[in-house]
Design a protein around this ligand. Sequence first.
Ligand code: FES
Ligand SMILES: [Fe+2]
Length: 382
Amino acid sequence: MVLENSAVNELSNMKPTLKGPLYTSSEIFALEKEHIYSKEWIFVGYECDVAEAGQYITLNVEGENIVIVRGKDYVLRAFLNVCRHRGAKLCTDPCGKRAVLQCPYHSWSYGLDGNLLSVPNTTEFKEELVNKPAYALESIHVRTWHGLIWLSFSENPRPIEQQLDTQILLRFGELDTFARYNLASLKVAHSKEYEVKANWKLIVENFQECYHCSAIHPELTAAFPSFKSGVGTQNGIGTGAELRDDLHSFSISGKKERPKLKGLLPEDDRLYFGMTILPHVFINLTPDHIIIHRIIPISADHSKVICDWLFDPDEIAKPDFDPSDAVELFHRTNEQDFVACEWCQENMGSKAYKNGGVLVPVEQHVSVFYNYVLEAIGLAGK
Ligand code: FES
Ligand SMILES: [Fe+2]
């Protein structure tokens, strides 16, 4: 699917992109859902939101209602949020704290470990005859990684470290740099959602390359002059971008409003690191905050992106805490990126793009992502 492209030749030093139909076909989208999003670990939320016994959050992931709850034994568990009696949504609020999970419809009650505890009995019905273990909540694999909650719908998911730490190693060559940002200690202070009329893969490849930075990101390239060359932080192992000499923070004004994150080294103080955690997460490390994007693919030509800005809780607690200066820089960058992704999506079905386009040398690390997708959906080498 990826190799024939008349525009690619050795003299021009270009490499092929994926072909247009891979961004428009509902069959390809279904394959990606089946072999990537239903198998890999998917980021869904933050452990700090379910820190206490009985705390739960509810969400919809891949079309399933899920409840993630901290047990009395402090183990985090995830269940399909579906009552085993007649299918009602068991927990109807987005979050809360409960000693038991009681269905609002006919009051069947489940323990925080998913076991069915009680079934209201009536004159015609004997609770003691119910085979309760057969009606436990259906569980989903859940893990935490640096304070982030991940789910997998696979029956036998691969170890989460194999998916996630491997990508940190590919990005930095070691695990220590990422670890010292102490992501698990931070909290979300601001969040934005974006509806993007583009295939999720266009959003990933856009984030991975900076060839577009000088054309569409005036604020970002003003803050990080090296981006004007088209070389982004994901072009090299361990590479970070240096803030412009006269600026003091990753924000629109460049003014320093907060100390650097606890645990960072002096050499981290002026650097930005972007990284992709496949299949659908971008993590941006800055000296005083972390920005996390997650893409939720809706259809072949439609995605949702949730972008969270995380800060040290001690800073958030200060009466004059104001993240807007920091938020504005990446918010503008996001809007610029997503418009560009939509420019491309409109033409993915064009005859002109049926064989795809090309990657210039500074973008060619994106082909690792292409190969990841093609291998997952069984089209590698086809
Ligand atoms: S549907 Fe839950 S108790 Fe009836
Ligand atoms: Fe961009």
